[in-house]
Design a protein around this ligand. Structure first.
Ligand code: C5P
Length: 288
């Protein structure tokens, strides 16, 4: 049995640059990964399949449409004779929540299949299969903090030396990504200058990293908020916790995050929030 974690992906910044002729949007986003995750197991002795359990399994929908199987089929189409097996996914992350759960699950499947088949790190066929599975899958294949550009196909080098501490808060609503992009109302080919956004250089210090985050934005936040006003409640609730730094939405929502100087402050804030908002999904975690 092979096992791996599929960690939550958090967009610390997300700048929407333009709408491409193919309808997708070019982005620039600083992506990190949390200590909260789904878990994926692969039993190579059995026929290809997927079973799902865990607290958010029902929301994840039917196994046939799952990105784990889509990624497996994409890799099998590129690697003749690919050995597969029976996957089991323990789904713990909220679904459709801006945490890239499905993308991270797909990337976890590619890691397990690469391990099973002895494919080298960075194998071009794994990268291609990741791109074919979904825009956020490539950045999740080797989950470390980095800049992502284009539709997610261009990745920078790992950036963060030390972890940062955060609370993730999901107000229990699902926001479909295409609806948020549509609400932003870009015309085909349209670019928008939504203001300066800092671009990192290599070897950022911890302080420079935090300044980069603080100076950034999530360009999807206003559109997501207009579709799902509960996102505003999550932002307000995080911004009311003692010691918070940057507060922002991740991805296309609905999960929002607040950053803190240390683990103790993050845990205290999560505890406080969980007491006030019993229906929300709230976690304190280190981001890397
Ligand atoms: O690539 P993925 O299947 O995750 O994208 C889902 C949808 O989100 C796309 O069909 C597209 O409508 C939108 N999208 C986009 N620009 C991106 C990523 C996704 O417009 N960079």
């Amino acid at each position: 049995m092979l096992l791996t974690r599929a960690p939550a992906k958090i967009n610390l910044t997300l700048h929407v640059v333009r709408r491409r002729p193919d309808g997708f949007h070019d982005l620039e986003s600083l992506v990190v990964f949390g200590g909260v995750s789904d878990i994926l197991a692969l039993d190579p002795g059995r026929p290809l399949g997927l079973s799902v359990s865990g607290p958010t399994a029902t929301a994840a929908g039917d196994a046939d449409g799952n990105l784990v199987l889509k990624a497996t089929r994409a890799l099998a189409a590129r690697v003749p004779g690919l050995r597969t097996g029976a996957f089991h996914l323990v789904k713990r992350l909220p679904v459709g929540a801006g945490l890239g759960g499905g993308s991270s699950d797909a990337a976890a499947a590619l890691r397990l299949l690469a391990r099973l088949n002895g494919l080298p790190a960075g194998d071009g066929r794994v990268v291609e299969a990741a791109r074919a599975t979904g825009s956020d899958v490539p950045v999740c294949v080797e989950p470390r903090s980095r800049m992502m550009a284009g539709t997610g196909d261009r990745l920078g080098r790992p950036l963060m030396a030390r972890p940062i501490y955060a609370v993730l808060a999901n107000p229990g609503i699902h926001v479909p990504t295409p609806a948020v992009f549509a609400r932003m109302g870009f015309q085909p080919g349209e670019s928008r200058d939504l203001g300066d956004h800092p671009v990192p250089h290599d070897d950022l210090s911890h302080a420079e990293f935090l300044a980069l985050v603080g100076g950034g934005r999530n360009d999807m936040e206003a559109a997501a908020l207009s579709l799902a006003p509960a996102i505003g409640d999550a932002i307000d609730a995080l911004a009311a916790t003692p010691g918070h730094r940057t507060v922002r939405m991740s991805g296309s929502g609905s999960t929002c995050f607040a950053l803190y100087d240390d683990r103790r402050r993050a845990r205290a804030a999560a505890h406080l929030l969980a007491g006030a908002r019993s229906g929300w999904w709230i976690r304190a975690t280190a981001l890397r």
